[in-house]
Design a protein. Sequence first.
Length: 255
Amino acid sequence: MFPGTVRAETLRISGTGGAIGGMRLLAEAFRKAEPGVDVILLPSIGSSGSIRAALAGKLDIGLSAREPGPEEMSQGARQTAYARTALVFAVHPDVKRFDTTLAEVIEIYAGRKTTWDDGTPLRLVLRPAADSDTIALKRMSRQMAESVELSQKREGMIVATTDQDCADAIERTRGSFGTSTLALVVSEGRRIRILSLSGVAPTTKSVRDGTYPCTKTFYMLTRQSPSPTAEKFIRFVRSPEGKAILSRVGHVPLP
């Protein structure tokens, strides 16, 4: 180092893909406010991967779409819920649909609906069984849980490992249908069509007032004693400036 130079602090962040786009904008704003901090936003490693990495000290902050479980909490996980977003059903732009219903979604996952109204083959994009999207779907109803279980047993299905992989698959697959989040689609400018659900569009307003029923909560995960820089970043995310950034890209910031 040259005399008078200061080594930049490094903040490593990764986790659930749905939160990456919004977090990238937050990181850019934080770098401007704190020029001595180098925020490194790594590719998505999922909720569980981020919790493990944060507990192991490989990440300063993990991003999760689920709360840590009892075992993870016993290992010293500390969670900070910071935003909610809509879990959405999305299709390839060429699909001539703008709305769906939970009853139709159940039929799609059960394999009983395999074509669109115009006869175009319907290509369901699945997520792994342990993914937060899959878990969220199964919690909607007993019928949905049964249909999702059936979908996991079907052969020849498209299975997307991460949120970004899923959005990629929906974008490039004619007739596709799958899950995403409002936060990801808006923050990443994805070329996929978000469907309304029984006439209710997934927006920050409908998430906030509860008229849109399917939502996910994003958490920042750290060890019990995070670094002062990580603490400063968490405060920034929850500041008026941070909340304004999140509000612009499909998030509903939490108090």
